[in-house]
Design a protein around this ligand. Structure first.
Ligand code: FES
Length: 423
């Protein structure tokens, strides 16, 4: 299974293979339609997960589209050809208009998926979501133990999640569990699978942490050793063999342990369209990482114009943006150069080859990070920074200072060389 950015469901993609294939085929002829719409309704969340993929400066983007604006987004996206819709966040249940949006999505013909921590998913709301036509719920757990589940989310939600899982089943939704893996819970992967089986899960997504957002901030604490990862993968294989009929288990390998990069989002501006809570349109989950990329906003610009004409969505389409070694690489049509956000986060330049690729001149950086990973049981001197407003403000202030420093370095470089661009 190829890796993907945390937050998007492989299981849902798996449920819609024919639609996906059809649109991917169309996309090769030019710019295809956005197939997957991810509506990040809010950055508000009761949990404080150490690996959250939301921007670390989310407090700088706390405006939210209203109900009418979201309905416009759904209509415009459906008219463009979007078929699969994820409601995400933050915690989408923080929005009390979720049922209204699900109902509208259903009328428009979307296949809908709710990506939730379970906090706020009461019996009453489950019934209302069912009546509104929601197809699918993906419930996250942090671990099979109360201690680690509650530590990693910095909440007491383990028992609540068990109750919610049972209620999801009682209301007739497919049982889809998601657990993000890292060095703390990889040794528990057998127990996590047992927990999913005991709950009657139809699908279990074991998504190894990808290092964006808060996970990037906590990378030194979360990155597993290669031995941990291989041991967990062997356990998963064993369960697939014995229980594969009962529960489909996905194991998403972390990029840092690969030698070829993922075809991130199936290509920039190819099939994925994310809308952030404030209406910013995202070519990928982590696009807010990229300085110098002006994200268009649905409150000002029609979605069709954003998708087909905006500079942000066209920035990394095709192959012309590529530098060497990607430009002349005979594998570029396979991986499309990998992940732009990863290239930026690890090299400072988004158009560089994704350092996951062992043909990249910066691949050694990843090799060294993996080599330095701390074994289970050992501790890292740096404390985990949990996702909360206070930490977000602190990180935003640090980022602001770093951006200012980078701008002055670039200005000096431009003065000297007439160039310089992180994109
Ligand atoms: Fe891969 Fe942004 S997350 S391109």
């Amino acid at each position: 299974m190829r890796a993907r950015v945390a937050g998007w469901s492989n299981t849902v993609a798996d449920l819609l293979p024919s639609v996906a294939q059809q649109h991917q085929a169309d996309a090769t002829a030019g710019i295809g339609p956005p197939l997957w719409l991810l509506a990040e309704l809010t950055y508000r969340c009761a949990l404080h997960c150490a690996f959250c993929y939301n921007p670390t400066d989310y407090t700088n983007h706390n405006r939210e589209l209203d109900t009418a604006q979201w309905i416009d987004v759904l209509r415009e996206a459906r008219a463009l050809g979007a078929a699969q819709l994820g409601f995400s966040g933050g915690e989408p249940l923080m929005r009390d208009d979720l049922e209204v949006l699900v109902g509208e999505a259903r009328r428009l013909g979307f296949y809908t998926n709710l990506i939730t921590s379970g906090v706020g998913l009461t019996d009453k709301r489950l019934a209302a979501l069912k009546a509104a036509g929601l197809d699918h719920i993906q419930l996250s757990f942090q671990d099979s133990t109360q201690e680690l589940n509650d530590f990693l989310s910095s909440t007491r939600t383990f028992d609540l999640k068990h109750r919610v899982a049972a209620a999801i089943r009682e209301h007739g939704f497919p049982m889809v569990l998601n657990c993000v893996l890292h060095r703390y819970n990889l040794p528990h992967v057998d127990k996590i699978i047992e927990m999913a089986l005991a709950m009657g899960a139809d699908y279990l997504e074991l998504a190894n942490t990808q290092y964006y957002g808060w996970a990037r901030t906590n990378r030194a604490q979360l990155l597993p050793t290669r031995e941990q990862l291989e041991a967990a993968e062997a356990v998963v294989e064993r369960y697939r063999h014995t229980h594969g009929e009962r529960c489909k288990i996905f194991f998403v390998v972390p990029d840092y342990f690969e030698r070829r990069p993922k075809r991130c989002m199936n290509g920039w501006g190819a099939v994925f369209l994310g809308i952030a809570p404030d209406g910013a349109a995202l070519p990928c989950h982590a696009a807010r990482n990229l300085p110098g990329l002006t994200l268009p906003n649905v409150a000002q610009t029609p979605l069709r114009e954003i998708w087909y004409e905006s500079a942000a969505f066209n920035r990394f389409r095709g192959f012309d943006w590529m530098k060497e070694p990607c430009r002349s690489c005979d594998e570029k049509t396979e991986d499309l150069g990998g992940c732009r956000c990863q290239a930026y986060l690890l090299t400072g330049v988004a158009a560089n080859a994704d350092p996951v690729c062992d043909k990249s001149p910066t691949h050694e950086r990843i090799v060294q990070l993996v080599r330095a990973a701390v074994a289970p049981g050992e501790t890292h001197e740096q404390p985990i920074l949990f996702r909360n407003d206070a930490n977000a403000r602190k990180l935003a202030a640090g980022q602001h200072a770093a951006n200012a420093a980078q701008t002055s370095v670039q200005a000096a470089h431009t003065d000297r060389c007439g160039g310089g661009n992180t994109l």
